[in-house]
Design a binder for this molecule. Sequence first.
Ligand code: FES
Length: 163
Amino acid sequence: MAVEKTCCASAEEEKAVRTALEAFEPVRTNLIPMLHAVQETLGQIPGWAMEEVAETLNVPVAEVWGTASFYTMFDLQSRAKHIIRLCESPPCHITGAAGILDAIQEELGIGPGEVTPDGVFGLELVSCFGVCGVAPAMIVDHEVHGNLRPEMVPQLLQKYREQ
Ligand code: FES
């Protein structure tokens, strides 16, 4: 699987990650502890840090990505290319958020807190983010989508798949 280089690490972040990784013997069995160390250091595991881990262990980046994607203990942001945040607060709930959730689950085969096996989509349920006037609503990455209907979901997600 191709892994995009994630922009951009500051010099301090890079140094902090390198220092954290130096604490480990560079053997494959330390992959998960290293990912934990990166998450503790940065609060997430961005792509560039996965590359650092891969380089340190001399393993393919895809292997690091695959491991980080598999374990739910690693931050969702670091596990999916596009994050879908569906509002579940009352105004969205009563206008059909459950139907939108069903449509997303049917389209992607994942539930809340999960990431698709290809790492393209992650799904989260969130509280009101202030666009109740267009409920039900969700945010994909930083883009708000409102007045949703279940039949809109496949086409909407397709747009992100192609990005
Ligand atoms: S209740 Fe969903 S955006 Fe406000």
